[in-house]
Design a protein around this ligand. Structure first.
Ligand SMILES: [Zn+2]
Length: 365
């Protein structure tokens, strides 16, 4: 090869690299966290998911993936909790390597405290360890749909059971090690069953203190290993005063926990129907916060605008806490991939279309 041509090519590559780096640095100052929360793929869908990450998320400068794993990993510390078709270490290694190369951090998620059942299905933890059930007198197999007299939405484990953390913490450690990450998402949203009147340990206790206690125990476990806890924010918002209701906020007085938990817990503040100004509340309390839209593109774009504006206009002390935006997908990983690639552009209200709109917007930031 001609020497001067080679030098010209190398010079171009060098400056193109610097330009890309500068663009990422600029974006990081405008909005440090650009994320997607989605269920982990099944083992046979891992390659397709990695393609999606590379083709869609990387060009839009995404840098965080919250992967809902729950029981879908071949846990070695507690093999009895594995679901039917779990990800292997090799599967996880593939995802981790692809994300690392793209500068995307991973926060694996296992739902702790709440979401231990769904309709008539009880999850692995309470199936194998029924003694951890906060409300053993409520039977999921009788779930009649929502609403119901038992107030059953999802089961919770009892945060004061003396053995529950001996089981769940090894899973947390195994998962963060497999994904080679210092982030862990514990879910902790929509906890309706807490401090139940029939629970011999929790009855009569302050629900805010119970919730805060559990957040703190999980946070401390992670912090000992230099890792960071992420949770959904809804239990820390007052559903009555704000009018936000019992789903995206708390109607059972757990909201006072906001003043009882460590400030280094990262809050994922989900609001799907309106761009609520609640990130301001979290930021002013000293928490790093990301806003989380779902399937309404207009709401997602307003939330994105809000976060950029809040960050730009607030005092440096508060501005640093407006971390970014995390799109959420609540269908299965495979169903979402199919939607994403098959969907016609005019089908407007869906998680796939919303993510496309967000990707367009992030590319122009
Ligand atoms: Zn209890």
């Amino acid at each position: 090869m001609n020497k001067s041509f080679l030098i010209a090519v190398l010079t171009f590559c060098f400056y193109a690299g610097i330009t890309a780096q500068t663009a990422t640095n600029k974006l990081d100052s405008i909005l440090p966290v650009r994320g997607l929360s989605i269920s982990a793929p099944a083992p046979e869908d891992v390659d397709g998911f990695i393609d999606f990450i590379q083709k869609e998320l990387v060009p839009a400068h995404f840098n965080l993936l919250i992967l809902r794993v729950d029981w879908n990993f071949k846990y070695e510390s507690h093999p009895e909790l594995r679901a039917g078709n779990p990800l292997t270490k090799q599967d996880v290694k593939k995802i981790t390597a692809a994300c690392k190369k793209a500068g995307i951090r991973i926060a694996p998620q296992v739902n702790l405290l709440g979401h231990q059942s769904w309709a008539k299905h009880t999850g692995s933890l309470l199936t194998v360890y029924p003694e951890f059930d906060e409300t053993p007198h409520v039977k999921t197999e009788n779930y009649p749909g929502w609403p119901n007299p038992d107030g059953l939405y999802c089961k919770s484990y009892c945060p004061l059971h003396p053995d529950v953390h001996k089981v769940v913490f090894p899973l947390v450690d195994e998962l963060t090690e497999a994904f080679e990450t210092d982030l862990f998402h514990a879910g902790m949203d929509e906890v309706f069953y807490i401090g139940d009147a029939h629970c011999p340990r929790c009855s009569g206790r302050d629900k805010a203190e119970l919730f805060a206690g559990e957040v703190t125990v999980i946070r401390n476990h992670l912090a000992e290993k230099g890792k960071k806890l992420m949770i959904w924010g809804d239990r820390l918002l007052d559903g009555k005063t704000t009018g936000l209701g019992e789903w995206e906020a708390s109607m059972n007085n757990t909201h006072r926990a906001i003043d009882l938990i460590p400030k280094d817990v990262f809050i994922c503040d989900w609001h799907y129907d309106r761009p609520e100004p609640t990130p301001v509340y979290f930021a002013m309390k000293g928490f790093d916060v990301a806003v989380c839209p779902w399937k309404k593109p207009d709401v997602a774009l307003k939330e994105l605008d809000d976060m950029v504006r809040f960050r730009k206009n607030a005092s440096p002390g508060t501005a640093q806490h407006f971390q970014g935006i995390i799109a959420t997908v609540w269908s299965g990983n495979k169903a979402f991939m199919q939607n994403y690639y098959q969907q016609k552009q005019k089908e407007e209200e869906s998680d796939a279309f919303t993510l496309k709109k967000l990707i367009e917007a992030l590319k122009t930031l």
